[in-house]
Design a protein. Sequence first.
Length: 404
Amino acid sequence: MTKGAARNVRLYARYRAATSTFAWLPVFFLYFGSHVPFARVLELEAIYYIAVVLLEVPSGWLSDRYGRVPILRGAASLFAISYALFWLGSDFGTFAIAQVLLGTAMAFQSGSDTALHYDSLHLLGRTDEYGRREAHAERAALAALAVSCLVGGALAMMDLALAYIASLVGALCALVFACLLREAHPVTEDDSAHATTLGRQLVRVATTFRDSELRWLFGYAVALYVLAHVPYEFYQPWLDRALGAEATATARTTPLVSGVLFAITSLASAFVAGKSMAASERPGIHLQAAFALALATLVIGTLSIGFQPILGVAILVRSIPMAWMAAPLRSAVAPRLDASVRATWLSVQALVGRLTFAGVLLASSSLPLEEDTRLVSTLRVLTAFSAVVFVVVWLTRPSNRRDA
């Protein structure tokens, strides 16, 4: 088993890179928008987040109960199927099915990959390397994301659907790596006794919130997820307006510009991710977390000012808050959780974040706003919302200031 764990550690960064070849990210809003109205694009995004609700927590429980590797192989397979449907589809119904499959794949992967990484290091007696290795893997994933987005944006100049073909290639590579992974935490009789049902597992997750630090880390991760994903959802139509894409020639360049911007921000985020663990050791995770949340709020506020191209600099830093906090959050949470509940806990966290953001998207799509000013007005409402979230999260941090 130690040989399998050692292989997992060696392959982990490459596996994360393969699962991050999201060539569709710079153009998905444009692609959907070329087939359905703006409001229906928001509905498609909400469908994705709501679909995750159905399997986010059960997938974490299955991972804890029956093993990480089968779940990760299933995730890679579902990624590939969803990309094929996006590529072949052209109507709301097909896109909705593909969004459900994409959401399921994200749910399956969420938590199980980092849990397998920690399990493998624990088996090898090297858990002290976890934070640093997670930061390295995050950097590799963001670098792969940068390259894939640049490729996706360039291909989309010819046909927006080609970005999904490039993503399909990445998903198939991820499936190959997933087939090479091996279990590092076999289910024991004790695990079986405690995780017989999903209900019991959720009770065990609930008991972890007696730890005030875990409660705050959970709430913070949800808040950061929501705020960091606002510009992720809205920057493509914003960029379209800023570039004046009503002109056909300009519209054709939007995917490439979007891909270039996505690549630059991903490379910047990769650099930040590589430095994140060292940074958390100096001011402490609470101050680092506050900076990330404030930066996410600032990005939303900048985009809400209007459509001047100079404001597009905000797009370049929109991914930095998540990159800045990914490894420190995982490093703070993992040692506080038992291996038999770790993937479920992370899945519950991801579920709450995605469900909350789905609610934000649905609320945004139903705001009584004028159609010609809907985008900027929605961003202004979300800026105020983000400021309130920042204040609440900061004021509720644990008073003992324990930094993991």
